[in-house]
Design a protein around this ligand. Sequence first.
Ligand code: NAG
Ligand code: NAG
Ligand code: NAG
Ligand code: NAG
Ligand code: NAG
Ligand code: NAG
Ligand code: NAG
Ligand code: NAG
Ligand code: NAG
Ligand code: NAG
Length: 508
Amino acid sequence: MFSKANWFKALSLSLLSADFARSVELGPNAQDMLNQSMTILDDIYDPSAGYLYYFYYPLAAGAHETRSSVWYSVGLLQRNSGSDVDEAVKIIENVIGGQEKDTSVQWYGDYTVYPEQPTVGSAPYDPKIYNTWDPNWRGFIGTALIVIYEEYGSLLPENVQDLIVESLKNTTIGDTYRVNGVDGDNLSPSYSNPWLMRTMASSWTGHKLKDSNMTTWGDKWAEEFLDLFDRNQTLSEFNSPTYAAVSLYALTLAAKYLGNTDSVIGKNAKRVVQQIWEYESSLWNPNLRNFAGPWDRTYGLDMNNYVSIMSLWIWSFALVSNSSISRLSSFTGEHTYNGNAYAPPADQEQRNVTSWLSSNLTIGAQSFNLDVAGGYSKDITSWSPAVVQWLRPDESVGFFSLYTGEKAMQVDVSPNSLNLSYPLGNSSSNFTFHLSSNPLGETRDITSLKDIYGMDVEVIGGTVSPDPSIAFCGLIGGDCDIIHDFEFWSLTFNLPKGSSDVPSIHSS
Ligand SMILES: *[C@@H]1O[C@H](CO)[C@@H](O)[C@H](O)[C@H]1NC(C)=O
Ligand SMILES: *[C@@H]1O[C@H](CO)[C@@H](O)[C@H](O)[C@H]1NC(C)=O
Ligand SMILES: *[C@@H]1O[C@H](CO)[C@@H](O)[C@H](O)[C@H]1NC(C)=O
Ligand SMILES: *[C@@H]1O[C@H](CO)[C@@H](O)[C@H](O)[C@H]1NC(C)=O
Ligand SMILES: *[C@@H]1O[C@H](CO)[C@@H](O)[C@H](O)[C@H]1NC(C)=O
Ligand SMILES: *[C@@H]1O[C@H](CO)[C@@H](O)[C@H](O)[C@H]1NC(C)=O
Ligand SMILES: *[C@@H]1O[C@H](CO)[C@@H](O)[C@H](O)[C@H]1NC(C)=O
Ligand SMILES: *[C@@H]1O[C@H](CO)[C@@H](O)[C@H](O)[C@H]1NC(C)=O
Ligand SMILES: *[C@@H]1O[C@H](CO)[C@@H](O)[C@H](O)[C@H]1NC(C)=O
Ligand SMILES: *[C@@H]1O[C@H](CO)[C@@H](O)[C@H](O)[C@H]1NC(C)=O
């Protein structure tokens, strides 16, 4: 996200964006983020359609995309020059036009994923949750419409303002159709980010419409969230570089738009935001520009090389306490973070997190005991329960991250050392780590642990063979596929037949 030269500049914070009494007055960092984002988005906007082109993977030639189009309209309204407001209105009307109007279907009030998609529920297009339709789009798009209404309502014709409120009413009612375990839905307080968006939207819309059912349910969902959060002041989606940021987004809207109401989420949002930054700032290593692991639900292994949404917050902070900011700004010295996270029903017991951070090496891991591999989201490709990152002499970051489908693991993290064991494992278990390629100019071929640039890794104990089998999962080929666009070396430590567990990795 940041060039190195920009990094400290980006952290010379503007607390303007934390001033919630005023809107739309951006500090220099938020303005910089807006400018860079709009430069990219202007190029992929199709004014004849009133949508952005579809630029997600798979990249889709010709098709347009709904969610990012609404976000672009926020940028247009903020910029407000030339035809920006007209284009924003076109997008808003398009997106709400495509919103589901049939109250009898499970996806009532939801928005399209992309406007060209066949009608959900038509013969060739079965209604498949998180596939042909996505229930979280109510939250992502609905909350963006709330931002538009609150911040830029005065730029919009009255009928468009009313349309937004009507759209939010439908989206809020549609969101009440979501019940964990029913019809393939999985929305529970453990699923922090959409839970918080739904909670915030229900409270906001209830206040706007004076609908006490909506505010009552918003409060009830807020209390369920707080019961879980307050166990350990951690999100169930613990330290997720992407989704912690979405939770912070929902909470920030709640603090700003509901902070002066009697809504439970509004009254608690500010302190929850600060408590999240309390632990996130302890896990942040400013030298590596990364949060130390372990990570729930990650789409990358080095934040310098992908857009994790948390990097956008670090660009434009809001509501962060001074002590957190000082930890985020410069490395405060070697330390160990100990914490807990809990995401029932996936977690059979609380997860125990230990992360050791030094100036140029971080090791973070969690003990877990799950009912399903991959955690609450059942996705082992985004489940990173043991991560080592280090600063390489060229200032790039190396990673060494466990990839596992085991349901339980015990960890021991201490300075320069990581011990892992699988209590439910057997002789066919393995410890597979995804390892970064060396930087350009260094050894291209990893043939043993000795070839890893910038860090000495040695297996000094446990029951696995100390020499891994090595595969390459490359962008254009190799032994295996890339994951979330990252290529990597895959190092697997196996047990001798009949053995049980524990490799130990000692790095210095
Ligand atoms: C953002 O763009 C505006 C308009 O082009 C310009 O006036 C402003 O200086 C830019 N700000 C930053 C921080 O880049
Ligand atoms: C909201 O839903 C109702 C059906 O309950 C529908 O008649 C109306 O057109 C919907 N409004 C929008 C903006 O989609
Ligand atoms: C009130 O909200 C609940 C749950 O959110 C919903 O199931 C119910 O239909 C709503 N009742 C009315 C009268 O709107
Ligand atoms: C997390 O919550 C559990 C359950 O209340 C408690 O036993 C544990 O001590 C808490 N851990 C921390 C670090 O607060
Ligand atoms: C936080 O830092 C700002 C800017 O340095 C300062 O004005 C403010 O008083 C500090 N707040 C607290 C609570 O220390
Ligand atoms: C986490 O620590 C607690 C307290 O020591 C323990 O009861 C629990 O079993 C541990 N969780 C895991 C997954 O090992
Ligand atoms: C190891 O455990 C897995 C999963 O429980 C099982 O499928 C496999 O047969 C076991 N292998 C051995 C060698 O016991
Ligand atoms: C490691 O174990 C997993 C799960 O049993 C298996 O799918 C994978 O092929 C193994 N990897 C290697 C390189 O042996
Ligand atoms: C990391 O820091 C240690 C202690 O200061 C130093 O010995 C080591 O060479 C450094 N490693 C890298 C890759 O900079
Ligand atoms: C890690 O494992 C090694 C080798 O088995 C052992 O010597 C060391 O004490 C363990 N460290 C911790 C912190 O458990």
